[in-house]
Design a protein around this ligand. Structure first.
Ligand SMILES: [Zn+2]
Length: 113
């Protein structure tokens, strides 16, 4: 059975490797879709169960020629989800720290006389 997506653990994009070519249905063979967006999320297949959460990554690709968008929902393991979540959290914390530092750097100097 062909595996369309493989899990990696090498800090690559979302730790996912795509094993097929994205092609635009309007431009066909040889066309190239580009990464447009992605979303990491968890959901509950059975609303009565609080705990059994499933995890997935939506990979959104777009045709640069016509703007056609395709979305692939890739199911991932709890461990995979946790690793990506932590990575995103770390990245967001870096952005917050940088924004705070910019605010400090840009604040007017206190007059000394
Ligand atoms: Zn296209």
């Amino acid at each position: 059975m062909k595996t369309y997506w493989s899990e990696t653990n090498d800090d690559s994009f979302m730790d996912l490797q795509c094993n097929f070519d994205f092609t635009c249905p309007f431009h066909g063979e040889g066309s190239t879709m580009v990464l447009h967006d992605s979303k990491l999320f968890k959901f509950n297949l059975d609303k009565d169960k609080e705990r059994d959460l499933s995890h997935a990554i939506d990979v959104v690709v777009r045709c640069p020629d016509c703007g056609y968008i395709d979305i692939y929902g890739v199911a991932v393991s709890d461990e995979h989800y946790g690793r990506i979540y932590e990575r995103i959290e770390r990245y967001i914390n870096v952005l917050i720290q940088e924004a705070k530092q910019r605010k400090i750097d840009e604040s007017p100097a206190v007059a000394t006389n």
